[in-house]
Design a protein around this ligand. Sequence first.
Ligand code: MG
Ligand code: MG
Length: 271
Amino acid sequence: MIELKSAEEIDRMAVTGRFVGELLAELREVADVGVDLMDLEHHARRRIKERGAASCYWDYAPSFGRGPFRNVLCLSVNDAVLHGLPHRYALRDGDLLSIDMAVGVDGWVADSALSVVVGTADPDDLKLIEATEVALEAGIDAARPGSQIGDISAAIGEVARRYGYEVNNEFGGHGIGRTMHEAPHVPNDGRSGRGMRLRPGLTIAIEPWFCRGTDKIRFDRDGWTIRSADGSRTAHSEHTVAITEAGPRVLTRRPGHEARPGNRSGQAAAG
Ligand code: MG
Ligand code: MG
């Protein structure tokens, strides 16, 4: 069942979204060469507790994971792209880190992700991150009343191909609201003019992720961490978006995010 949200409920999701955006922006600043993934995880746990928020990841136990998730962040490094399990690992120069988080505040959930290179960036990694960010914006722009889910999917897939990446359609975006994962599924590739029609009050997470060399993935033995099958680097960008009469409203915007694709120094991606 799809629950359309009232304007007031969307405002409440925006409160959560603002916190998620602020915390992701903070984590992006903290992430640096030599910083341990568990330091990022503990930073987030502390901030979530202070805010009185509830992590949607803690104790999350879907069919594919091995045992419940006991972290508040997904931290995916280099060839890891989704559901990266935080562990003791000090980030190295040039690592590509994806940070994904979803929390609830007063019962309303927001979900967002970003990718960043720490230290010296490979221009091809920045280009990959840029592609996921451009695809995300294209998907958001397609999320308008009267359009269809397939319009979002097609917009994302078109950007991927323009950048030269293939799309894996096994994991994509989703409805969101009182819980993290609701109907409908929002694939990262598809055909425009197909799928459910978008109505004001629909709230969805849009989340393109691409691998540099393949559309195939493999799972770690932990059952969580998803990697590119060929070991190539990967990136992931996500926002929670409300469809409103006035158009798409992004609930998880981060200050400065758009001005700095992929790299904290603001360096533009080559190619
Ligand atoms: Mg997410
Ligand atoms: Mg999501």
